[in-house]
Design a protein around this ligand. Structure first.
Ligand SMILES: *Cc1c(COP(=O)(O)O)cnc(C)c1O
Length: 358
């Protein structure tokens, strides 16, 4: 479907104000955004327009009752200057999984692809060219009824904004095994990229930071025994030559990067296990000298090496300089993302001038 998307371009680009050699993550926005309104039965008012603030009533339901979800994905540019989206349909589908769980309307995948392609094409000069840089894409949906009282909103707003970004975590990260707070429980909303999940993670993360760690490593909510994930990343452990990552149990986010890494590893003949993984097993592997690598996997960082894991008052110390799989995976993903390596898994969606002329 080519939906009716109005296009209104800026007359005052801010592009020349940006120092592409020094882009602080999350603060610099490209010129345009996509906006659509759900009127209770249909998505309407679809427009690509200059990025702008939206006036909201104090009773806007998203703020009170938490119907708010988002996505995070990336566009790169190849050496010929063509914008490339990385696995956009998977993100569109996940947005709709989050929407269903939070009682929000799905956004049609074909319209998502059309809007995103047009938006990225219009702002393609904002895509950084540097190896580990990209245009970060942030779709977000929120409840907009002005109403006090707990029920689902009837109206919603969907927006896509984009941000040029440099390398996300340049340094390895340290993690603290969380033994009091939980991120998600069986039957909860852990599988949704729902705003409230992140609000709930901030206080435990603050406590971990006070103890000298960058992030919390979440455990299962039932026994505090099985590893779940980290911040906004899934997690991989290389134990005695086998890459192990927690299985998708419904309490962890179904990461696109996680899926991509598993595919790459298997293709290279490296055994991968998706299964419940206890912190005790990790600790034993560490003590036996078999814990070779630990890294997080997510769109923003792609692969973030872990150099220390705090557990029961002691640290497991790792040496990312000796990691082999993690740098290989990062090079592969970046090569595919930038169009240098063959796209043999069909992950790349090129955006050509044709997107604006249909
Ligand atoms: C977004 C996110 C991830 C990573 O997903 P990607 O699709 O790889 O970016 C992992 N865990 C959580 C909690 C997240 O929000």
């Amino acid at each position: 479907m080519t939906a009716d998307i109005k296009i209104r371009k800026t007359t005052q680009s801010r592009l020349s104000e940006v120092d592409f050699n020094n882009i602080p993550f999350g603060r610099i926005f490209a010129d345009h955004m996509f906006v659509a309104d759900f009127d209770g039965s249909n998505w309407t008012n679809m427009e690509i327009c200059p990025l702008h603030k939206i006036p909201l009533h104090p009773a806007t339901m998203a703020w009170h009752y938490g119907q708010a979800i988002f996505e995070g994905m990336k566009a790169s540019i190849d050496e010929q200057g063509n914008p490339l989206l990385f696995r956009p349909e998977m993100h569109a589908n996940r947005l709709n999984i989050s929407a269903t769980r939070m009682c929000m309307p799905e956004f049609p995948v074909d319209v998502f692809m059309d809007a995103l392609s047009k938006l990225v094409y219009i702002d393609k000069k904002w895509i950084p060219t540097h190896e580990e840089s990209a245009l970060y894409i942030r779709p977000v949906m929120m409840a907009t009824d002005e109403f006090v009282g707990v029920r689902s909103s009837d109206t919603f707003k969907f927006m896509i904004m984009t941000l040029p970004s440099g390398p996300y975590y340049s340094k390895p990260v340290s993690l603290l095994v969380e033994e009091k707070y939980v991120r998600a429980c069986d039957g909860g909303v852990g599988e949704a990229k729902a705003a409230g999940n992140y609000g709930a993670s901030l206080y435990p993360t603050l406590l971990a930071k006070k103890k000298g760690y960058d992030q919390v490593m979440w455990m299962d909510a039932r026994e505090f025994k099985y590893v779940q994930e980290v911040g906004t990343m899934n997690i991989f452990f290389v134990i005695d030559g086998v890459a192990v990552t927690p299985n998708l149990s419904g309490t962890i986010l179904k990461g696109v990067t996680r899926d991509s890494l598993i595919t790459l590893l298997r293709d290279k003949g490296i055994p991968v296990e998706e299964r419940p993984l206890s912190i005790e097993e990790i600790h034993e592997a560490y003590q036996a000298g078999k814990l070779q690598e630990v890294f997080g996997a997510g769109t923003a960082a792609v692969v973030a090496n872990v150099n220390r894991i705090g557990y029961k008052g002691q640290d497991m110390i790792l040496n990312p300089d000796e990691y082999k799989l993690s740098p290989m995976l990062k090079t592969e993903i970046n090569g595919i993302r930038k169009g240098r390596l063959a796209d043999k898994y069909n992950w790349i969606h090129p955006v050509g001038v044709g997107v604006l002329t249909d």
